[in-house]
Ligand binder design. Structure first.
Ligand code: ATP
Ligand code: MG
Length: 840
């Protein structure tokens, strides 16, 4: 066969090429974010095909998401042009396993037409089993069992080989129920998600001939995001690659963020042991982000222990510092981000330009002076002048960088360095909406953005999950609200009549339907008639009666002067038993659902009544109809893995939100380290502009709670961060946490962590800024009281204890602050009242 051109190789650096061209034997590409792992993996597929080393169906490539698979397919197609017919097996573990399992279903007792259950079906089935076993459903809910079984499946444990150490699970009945559940699935000719892998692994383990067939068939195996594989996936790969060992895995231990779902970062660290003689390729050049962004991300991830430790560099120039901004509350954060996105649309920020105009003028005068006195080549200075006059320096990254280079070289920067630094915070270039992403830690954060963007007419899409108002728990809650406002809403009634469970199964619901239809009335009236006629018996009758009475009563309460619609909504969710349903739910998703419900109630506060709110939401849902125009992307940090955007917003960097409360409550560092990797993933998605924000206050169930900026903000290296001051009403960015601005509320238990705020570099910079510029009055002002009593307890040399920094000795006292030399944390200045005498 004639040699084909290989232009895709020219796009790679030497290390990438090495990984692409080493076609035989195991290869591990272990490298940081944006270093071109996915690109190299894609090129490797193309290389295999265009050198005719493998036919398309001899290649197996695994990606982490369907979206990633789609993109990789498209890229391979483009790079190959028309050269090769057919496509490799390219998809997620699950997608590939479905195909394999259909071919060999009979080996695990299934028919090839098996159905794949969704989570709801799965839970329903488990409920039946729990009941059949006379287990108290309330104490031992199906969702908990589902969590346990999923976890076991992730570890590739069949009912027969669940280790005895797990025997206490689910009140000692876990293994037994798992066995029953698997049998029941076989009877139904069904599998759940976890089975897809488990069954295939089982087949491979038990049927050497089948395994051998696929080992021969898939001659080349490629895996992206290897750091997030779980044990079952790992076994699957090891079995398949066992013969030829032509496996190429790429990943980054710093981006392992699915530990909570059973992923084992150990898999990647163990690769060289599993595949002795593996070629390990490390990539260090990052092609995605500018220097400041990389350095900021690097600074954060350095806080983790036991890393392989990789340093990244870039040729992209220093670019703009990571921007940090604090807001009064979450709504203001959403408003501000909305405005910044609009600035990105118009290409410049007027407000900022005005602020810096005087300095620009003096800069131009300086240019004039130099031009007149013949200093330096005039045409370059002319270029710089033009750049400023035309405004292109504000709106075009290339011009900006070139101007900056010229100025640096001419040593203008010593005198104008400040101004250039400041340029970064207001040179806003034109990004299309597709180039902008908002990455949140928790899905409930999306609500504020969705509402705001709808209000200002900014198109957005939610990636990797339903939009806020499409979520199960939100739709349920909305159904209750709809019934309160209009009892004749049959769809809403159907949705909630047996949610939470009221003993009104399919039969009872059918009776209600028939009765309503026969009488030509809405379902709720049909139910009333049926009850009056005694057409429903047992437990269901009492519960249905209670529901109807409740609906009547809530309906009368709308528009009541003494009860706001927000309070009413809370009552509805409580009295209907809906909130309790999720409180009793022990699955990992339950806390998130409760958060979403709280967030829903919060959203109500922006409206005058329930009716107005419902209209607003129906508008949002209408807006959901997909058109193809450019849109801002909103997604969770987890869903953003592998993606990149020129402009990234990272809102909600507050302790308890990010890092999550759960990770902070854990005793070991494991949870926090995973959160820190998430922070690293978040920052490294940004190509040019990365904006981190936090709110001083968030409202939780109608109660203001003051928030503490995330500990990860403290960890951002100061020299790569630009602190912005919001132009808004309240001036100070730290909201309630700032002394003198801590108006609303600061709860006693938050005090300890406030000490950290005062010591954070972010706070110090913010204070310095506040000194330079007049700030408008906050809503309430309280002068800072120095707690002298706390100070006078100590003298220099005392041994003390601090919650975050541990033990240390006092080396200085100044006002209410103590200088302390901590044994572990080094020298810090902390507020005296947050320190305890440490002479244990
Ligand atoms: P992540 O860890 O976030 O998944 P990655 O290592 O997979 O990142 P890629 O997404 O493959 O990185 O590449 C990041 C960006 O750099 C992409 O825009 C890609 O096109 C570009 N890139 C990769 N390698 C090169 C190269 N050798 N020359 C120019 N651009 C490159
Ligand atoms: Mg990648």
């Amino acid at each position: 066969m004639a040699a084909r051109p290989m232009p895709y190789l020219d796009e790679l650096n030497p290390a990438q090429r090495e990984a692409v061209e080493a076609l035989d034997g195991p290869v591990l590409m272990l490298a940081g974010a944006g270093t071109g792992k996915t690109k190299a993996l894609t090129a490797r597929i193309v290389h295999l095909l265009s050198t005719a080393r493998a036919a398309p169906n001899e290649i197996l490539a695994v990606t982490f998401t369907n979206k990633a698979a789609k993109e990789m397919k498209a890229r391979v197609g483009r790079m190959l042009g028309e050269h090769v017919e057919g496509m490799p097996w390219l998809g997620t573990f699950h997608a590939i396993c479905v195909k394999l399992l259909r071919r060999h279903a009979e080996l695990v007792g299934l028919k090839s037409s098996f159905t794949i259950l969704d989570t709801d079906d799965q839970i329903r089935l488990m409920k039946q089993l729990i009941r059949a076993n006379n287990i108290d459903e309330k104490r031992w809910p199906a969702r908990q069992l589902a969590g346990i079984i999923d976890n076991w499946k992730n570890r590739a444990w069949t009912p027969q080989n669940v280790p005895s150490a797990e025997s206490a699970a689910f009140n000692n009945r876990g293994t037994e129920l798992y066995d029953q559940y698997q049998r029941r699935l076989l009877e139904l000719n069904a599998v759940d998600f976890g089975d897809l892998l488990l069954h295939v692994v089982t087949i491979f383990q038990k049927h050497e001939d089948v395994l051998a067939q696929y080992q021969r068939w898939f001659r080349y195996i490629l895996v992206d995001e290897y750091q997030d594989t779980n044990v079952a996936q790992y076994l699957w790969l090891r079995l398949l690659a066992g013969g030829h060992r032509n496996i190429c895995c790429v990943g980054d231990d710093d981006q392992s963020i699915y530990g909570w779902r059973g992923a084992e970062v150990g898999n990647i660290l163990r690769f060289e042991k599993d595949f002795p003689g593996a070629k390990v390729v490390r990539l260090e050049q990052n092609y995605r982000s500018t220097e400041h962004i990389l350095a900021a991300a690097g600074g954060v991830i350095r806080g983790n222990e036991g890393r392989l430790g990789k340093e990244l560099w870039t040729e992209a120039g220093e670019g703009w510092k990571v921007r940090l901004i604090g807001h009064w509350d979450g709504e203001e954060e959403a408003r501000w981000i909305g405005e910044k996105i609009e600035d990105h649309q118009s290409g410049r920020s007027e407000e900022a330009k005005n602020r810096y105009n005087p300095r620009l003028n003096s800069f131009q005068q300086e240019l004039d002076r130099r031009a007149k006195s013949g200093l330096g080549p005039v045409d370059e200075h002319q270029y710089v002048r033009d750049a400023f006059e035309s405004g292109s320096v504000y709106s075009d990254m290339k011009t900006f960088n070139l101007v900056k280079q010229l100025l640096d070289r001419d040593k203008y920067s010593a005198r104008y360095g400040n101004m250039l630094g400041a340029l970064g915070d207001y040179v806003v270039h034109r990004f299309s909406l597709d180039e902008i992403a908002i990455l949140v830690r928790a899905s409930h954060q999306m609500r504020a953005f969705e509402d705001r963007f709808l209000t200002i007419g900014l198109p957005y899409r939610v990636i990797g999950g339903p939009r806020f108002y499409e979520r199960l728990e939100i739709r349920d809650a909305m159904a209750y609200f709809r019934l309160v406002v209009s009892p004749a809403d049959d769809l809403a009634f159907e949705r909630i009549v047996n949610t939470p469970k009221r003993g009104l199964g399919d039969k009872a619901q059918q009776k209600i339907q028939v009765c309503a239809r026969d009488n030509g009335v809405p379902l709720v009236e049909g139910a009333r008639i049926l009850l009056a006629e005694g057409g429903i018996g047992g437990k269901g009758a009492g519960e249905l009666r209670a529901l109807i009475d409740n609906l009547d009563r809530w309906g009368r309460m709308t528009g009541h002067a003494d009860l706001s619609h927000v309070e009413l909504a809370e009552q509805v969710l409580d009295e209907s038993g809906y909130t309790a349903m999720w409180q009793n739910d022990k699955t990992p998703e339950a806390p998130g659902r409760l958060e979403n419900l709280k967030e829903l109630v919060k959203a109500l506060e922006n409206f005058d009544n329930l009716q107005g709110f419902l209209e607003h939401v129906s508008l949002i849902m209408d807006n959901a109809s997909e058109d193809q125009g450019a849109k801002v992307s909103i997604m969770t940090l987890h869903a953003a893995k592998g993606l990149e955007f020129p402009a990234v917003f990272l809102p909600g960097w507050e302790d308890g939100l990010f890092p999550s409360q759960r990770s902070m409550d854990e005793s070991g560092p494991k949870g926090l380290e995973e959160e820190r990797r998430l922070a690293y993933v978040g920052i490294t998605r940004a190509e040019e502009v990365c904006t981190i924000s936090f709110a001083g206050n968030r409202r939780v169930f109608g109660q203001w709670q003051s928030q503490i900026p995330s500990r990860f903000i403290d960890e951002l290296p100061g020299e790569h961060v630009e602190v912005l001051t919001p132009p808004g009403l309240y001036g100070g960015g730290f909201g309630a946490a700032a002394p003198g601005y801590d108006g609303i509320q600061s709860t006693v238990d938050k005090r300890a962590s406030e000490a950290n705020v005062y010591n954070s570099p972010g706070w110090k910079r913010m204070q310095a800024r506040a000194g330079q510029r007049p700030m408008s009055q906050p809503r309430e002002t309280r002068s800072q009281v120095i707690d002298l009593e706390a100070v006078s307890r100590y003298t220099i040399g005392d041994r003390v204890f601090h919650q975050k920094f541990g033990y240390g000795a006092i080396t200085g006292i100044e006002g209410d602050k103590l200088d302390i030399d901590f044994e572990k944390a080094g020298t810090k200045k902390v507020v005296a009242k947050f320190v305890m005498a440490g002479d244990d």
